[in-house]
Write a protein that binds this ligand. Structure first.
Ligand code: PMP
Length: 348
């Protein structure tokens, strides 16, 4: 894999936007460089200054947590921003293509469509495993990104580490491993392999296990060279001051994160056991995530019934290989109890 050959020419040529705060480092007395409002704002908190464009504090904290260097981390406005930037860096519209393994997270397709990039599909097997041979046959010299979501959304299962790494060895483009749900699984993250695989990008997020979806903060881990490309293309101040402060604060209470993860996993197992007793449930797929894919005799009817009960789950009935399936997020004990009570009233 030669990174130089993968990157779009316009991105290689690009002179990135140079923000006022980036051009200056050191200590100063008065800042009159960024056209901010020096007088303040209606809020008592100070948000009148632009935030750190490179999110130094967050990166240091994340680096310590993942045993990785700050220079190997990109912080995005959700991991969705990292997904979009990968297209902009590597995929020439109407020329290149990407490979996805459906059923999987929908944003890979949406980002591809937005960027006018062809989507090639190598479907998972019947029991939701990677079809490694099919994937290898699917990619060609114009395939720039291969997306592997592990644990996978919406199926919930993790993929074999060896198979992912085997694909990373064979694939001449960038392998993007989306680990949005990794903290709910017993599997080890692939972030430790960044140094061994120059074409590996691992995505994680603060939206799931950390319970901070409202802040919109996601992460990409990759070689320094790839992170430099992210930084070149990203909007200058992509993470707000509020989000940066809140993430730094969240690190002070990491024990709480671990505790909640354990509780969610505990609830997940309880919910699965109880759901198994319902006659309209024909199968529950193994899950490593904070949701479970449930096969029913009639997903549309169950979905509508729950809506009438003011309970919203995700109907995956029309998704390839997921006919009859509902994806249910693990709620609090009270929420799950309410769900189960409502389902008791459902008759197919
Ligand atoms: N990847 C996967 C697999 C997801 O399910 C989601 C959110 N549903 C995301 C990424 C996006 O997460 P974020 O909130 O970090 O943009």
């Amino acid at each position: 894999m030669n990174l130089e050959n993968l990157v779009r020419e316009n991105i290689k040529r690009l002179t990135p936007y140079s923000s006022a705060r980036k051009e200056y480092s050191g200590s100063a007395r008065i800042f009159l460089d960024a056209n901010e409002n020096s007088f303040g704002s209606p809020l008592k908190e100070n948000y009148n200054r632009y935030p750190d464009p490179l999110q130094t504090e967050i990166k240091e904290k994340v680096a310590g947590w993942n045993e990785i260097k700050p220079s190997q981390i990109f912080v995005g406005n959700g991991s969705d921003e990292a997904i979009d930037l990968l297209f902009r860096i590597f995929c020439r519209p109407q020329i290149d293509n990407i490979v996805i393994c459906p059923p999987t997270y929908g944003m890979y397709e949406v980002s591809a469509e937005i960027n006018d990039v062809e989507i090639k599909r190598a479907y998972l097997t019947e029991n939701f495993q990677l079809n490694v041979e099919a994937i290898k046959k699917t990619f060609d010299e114009k395939s720039k990104l291969l997306f592997i979501c592990s644990p996978n959304n919406p199926t919930g299962n993790s993929f074999s580490r060896d198979e992912i790494l085997d694909l990373a060895r064979c694939f001449q483009g960038i392998v993007v491993v989306d680990e949005a749900y990794i903290h709910f699984s017993g599997e080890k993250s692939l972030t430790g392999e960044i140094g061994n695989f120059p074409n590996l990008v691992v995505l994680q997020t603060f939206s799931k296990a950390w319970g901070l979806a409202g802040l919109r903060v996601g992460l990409a881990f990759a070689s320094e060279e790839i992170i430099k490309l992210f930084n070149k293309v990203k909007p200058p101040y992509n993470i707000s001051q509020i989000a940066q402060q809140a993430i730094a604060k969240a690190f002070e209470n990491r024990a709480q994160v671990e505790k909640i993860i354990a509780e969610i996993i505990d609830e997940r197992e309880k919910l699965i056991e109880k759901l198994n007793d319902y006659s309209f449930v024909t199968g529950i797929y193994p899950t490593d995530a904070n949701f479970v894919l449930v096969k029913t005799v009639d997903a549309d009817s169950v979905y509508k019934f729950l809506l009438d009960e003011k309970i919203v789950v995700r109907n995956r009935n029309n998704v390839e290989l997921c006919a009859g399936c509902l994806r249910i997020t693990i709620g609090t004990p009270v929420e799950n109890e309410n769900l189960l009570k409502a389902l008791e009233k459902f008759t197919a």
